[in-house]
Design a protein around this ligand. Structure first.
Ligand code: SF4
Length: 189
């Protein structure tokens, strides 16, 4: 086995999933990037739901992201909200219609099918390996990690169902610890 096999498997899997979600999105007149941005924003925390974060996450130009956001707003799937502290900052929130649409199109049906066929041990092993692979690739690319908050080294548990971000010095709601964050740093503990 070689590193080419690794790349081939990753590309093939990504391509298969993307083809299926592209077809599902087309039923709702959604382009693949619009669907992906909507999916990302549905899982992004309050530090990561900005146009700038979407740009970084997908490695796209500002112009493309701006067009994508406008199209999603025009379809009633996304709305802008002001930041409570910084009037220049915009937060992008997926509307109830957007969430409903995502439920119909993601995850891809074949992913759900494969997942259902696995036992709990297989699921855990697979996700651990994929998570580690993603983190290694992000480290080598020197990109922002965009990891899940609860696995971040800045996430501190302060009590029963109470969490605190040591980076931003703000409390976190339990549900927020399940979301993606652009400031995430992997815990070494
Ligand atoms: S604990 Fe980490 S992932 Fe969570 S909000 Fe703070 S910086 Fe982001």
């Amino acid at each position: 086995m070689t590193d080419t096999h690794l790349q081939d498997y990753i590309e093939r899997i990504a391509h298969l999933i993307r083809s299926e979600t592209r077809i599902a999105g087309a039923d709702f007149d959604l382009q693949p990037i619009q669907q992906s941005a909507l999916h990302y924003l549905a899982h992004a925390n309050r530090y990561s739901d900005t146009p700038q974060a979407v740009t970084e996450y997908f490695g796209l130009t500002k112009g493309t992201v701006s067009q994508t956001i406008k199209a999603l707003e025009a379809k009633g799937l996304l709305e802008r909200g002001a930041d409570a502290q910084d009037g220049r900052k915009v937060h992008l929130k997926v509307t109830p219609a957007g969430k409903k649409l995502l439920k119909k199109t993601m995850p891809a049906r074949t992913v759900t099918g494969v997942w259902a066929d696995m036992d709990e041990g297989m699921r855990t092993d697979l996700l651990v390996h994929l998570k580690n692979l993603l983190q290694d690739l992000q480290r080598k690319n020197e990109m922002n990690a965009f990891g899940v908050c609860k696995t971040c080294r800045f996430n501190r548990k302060t009590g029963d169902n109470r969490f605190f971000c040591e980076l931003t010095q703000e409390p976190l709601r339990p549900a927020e610890t399940e979301l993606l964050c652009r400031e995430h740093e992997t815990s070494t503990a």
